[in-house]
Design a protein around this ligand. Structure first.
Ligand SMILES: O=c1ccn([C@@H]2O[C@H](COP(=O)(O)OP(=O)(O)O[C@H]3OC[C@@H](O)[C@H](O)[C@H]3O)[C@@H](O)[C@H]2O)c(=O)[nH]1
Ligand SMILES: [O-]c1cc(O)cc2[o+]c(-c3ccc(O)cc3)c(O[C@@H]3O[C@H](CO)[C@@H](O)[C@H](O)[C@H]3O)cc12
Length: 468
């Protein structure tokens, strides 16, 4: 590589400051590992509380240094809240206020480190403090290009009248030129998008923040690939008139000395036949907020008759998953079903030979992990972005089955049972179709040169950007 680093060296010095959500921090760290593998140095900013969980993912401790940031208390947030896991979804804007208040600390770090590049996604003020120290900025998006294209481009701007909430139909309307008729939302689903344009004191709207973040950076990066989302990436590029770099899926590779699956899950899973267990996980945030939906989920899995392991946060109003379980549930499923409220090693569980089906909320990280696994996939998306990821998987790629919902947007135990049986049942036509399509995509995505090709091209893009 050329001679371009601020200190004349050929390795780049990079600071990363992701949104205070585990889905984002882990995605930024996986990318840091790829860049460290190529010899670049990374200072990774994160809240103190996240350190223990994120640290084990660091494969290059000599090149990736964690720097903890103090997240101030903001009125309205629970005491000690530092990440999205500590708060319900509707308080997210207050976490954004807290993140904004870390600006002086981050500014000092940039002045001291003088990096070549700063990566961020949410903190839209990064370009203002990075430019004076000579750093180039990359707005790295860890969500699907489709979800950005549908709501977070200049053409998706909405006129908000007197703070009035928009109707579901208005919310569902794709922006002019949006490139898909399949990856869209029904009116009732679009209600979950109302947070995008809602204004909050001190931070404006989510839309304003994201559009500012993408308008002011030197380059936009997205954790996706052309094969799955090319048309959405082109649309984003045309909307922002900024280069869009793709990193590919950036999944952690199997390291020879990686930690193994916790014995309690390894031992439990080993009791079942290959491919027979249903694993269900809903990401790092509490997503199933209503206790009744939480119970339908448990009852639906019970009704499949298959062994199952659920990793999920408790719904609103209770502090443990045990309190939310349906009456008599634990006794009925003892020996074949577990609902666990803590953190599990999801990629390793998906890799376990006994696991044959993944019931997922379709967060973008989980979507990539499930595509790379050989599990059958059932999708139970909860929010706008996850619903769009689910459409991409079920309608465009046809690799998964999305659970059917009633008019009020709820799913029933029956629809979950049906969806799982449709992919797990022997001789099921739908099951065969999605398995075949999934196999094809897994072959493409896991080809040895595929991910590496994306990362090499991405590194070249960054090199050119720093030199420019
Ligand atoms: O118990 C757990 C839960 C989650 N995880 C990991 O945490 C990550 C969760 O990320 P997901 O993107 O799937 O889901 P989250 O809901 O946490 O993320 C959220 O922010 C990032 C966006 O890309 C997601 O679409 C959004 O839902 C996955 O890599 C998953 O393997 C665990 O390893 N164990
Ligand atoms: O729900 C969403 C619907 C949609 O069309 C787009 C997004 O985009 C993002 C996003 C996040 C980060 C980026 O760099 C770009 C876009 C969404 O992010 C999620 O937002 C939640 C609310 O703020 C937050 O809690 C969660 O951690 C984010 O992953 C959501 C949508």
């Amino acid at each position: 590589m050329g001679d371009f680093g601020s200190d004349g060296s050929s390795s780049m010095s990079i600071v990363m400051y992701p949104w205070l959500a585990f889905g984002h921090m882990t995605a930024f760290l996986h990318l840091s590992n790829k860049l460290a593998e190529k010899g670049h140095e990374i200072v990774f900013l994160l809240p103190k509380k996240a350190l223990d969980q994120v640290k084990p993912l660091n494969l290059y401790p000599n090149l990736i240094t964690f720097h903890t940031i103090s997240i101030p208390h903001v009125k309205g947030l629970p005491p000690g809240a530092e990440t999205n896991s500590d708060i319900p979804f509707f308080l997210t804007h207050l976490l954004a206020v807290a993140m904004n208040q870390t600006r002086p600390e981050v500014e000092t770090i940039l002045r001291t480190n003088k990096p070549d590049l700063v990566f961020y996604d949410s903190a839209d003020w990064i370009p203002e403090i990075a430019r004076p120290v000579g750093a180039k900025t990359v707005c790295y998006n860890t969500v699907s290009a489709a979800s950005i294209a549908l709501t977070l481009v200049p053409a998706a701007e909405r006129e908000i009248i007197d703070g009035k909430e928009m109707s579901a139909e208005e919310l569902a309307k794709p922006p002019l030129g949006y490139p898909s008729s399949k990856v869209v939302l029904l009116a009732r689903e679009a209600k979950t998008l109302s947070f995008v344009w809602r204004r909050h004191e001190g931070v404006g709207s989510f839309f304003d923040g994201k559009v500012t973040a993408m308008r002011n950076c030197d380059a936009i990066a997205i954790r996706t690939c052309r094969e799955t989302e090319g048309k959405f990436c082109d649309y984003i590029e045309s909307q922002y008139n900024r280069p869009v770099y793709l990193t590919g899926p950036v999944l952690p590779v199997d390291e020879p000395n990686k930690t193994s699956l916790e014995p309690r899950w390894a031992d439990w899973l080993a009791k079942f036949k290959p491919g027979s267990v249903v694993f269900c996980a809903f990401g790092s945030q509490p997503v199933v907020e209503k206790i009744d939906q939480f119970q339908e989920l448990c009852l639906g899995l019970e009704a499949t008759g298959l062994p199952f392991l659920v990793a999920i946060k408790p719904p609103s109003g209770v502090s443990t998953v045990e309190e939310a379980l349906p009456e008599g549930f634990q006794e009925r499923v003892r020996g074949r079903g577990v609902v666990y409220g803590g953190w599990v090693q999801q990629p390793m569980i998906l890799d376990h030979p006994s696991v044959g089906c993944f019931v997922s909320h379709c967060g973008f990280g989980s979507m990539w992990e499930s595509l790379m696994s050989d599990c059958q996939m059932v999708l139970v998306p909860q929010h706008g972005e996850q619903i769009l990821n689910a459409r991409l998987m079920a309608e465009e790629m046809e690799v998964a089955v999305e659970v059917e919902r009633e008019e009020n947007g709820w799913f029933s135990r029956r629809s979950l049972e049906d969806a799982v049986k449709s992919v797990m049942g022997e001789g099921s036509e739908v099951g065969e179709k999605v398995r075949k399509n999934h196999d094809k995509w897994r072959c493409v995505l896991s080809d040895s040169g595929f991910a590496d090709g994306y990362i090499s091209k991405f590194e070249q893009n960054l090199t050119d950007l720093v030199k420019s």
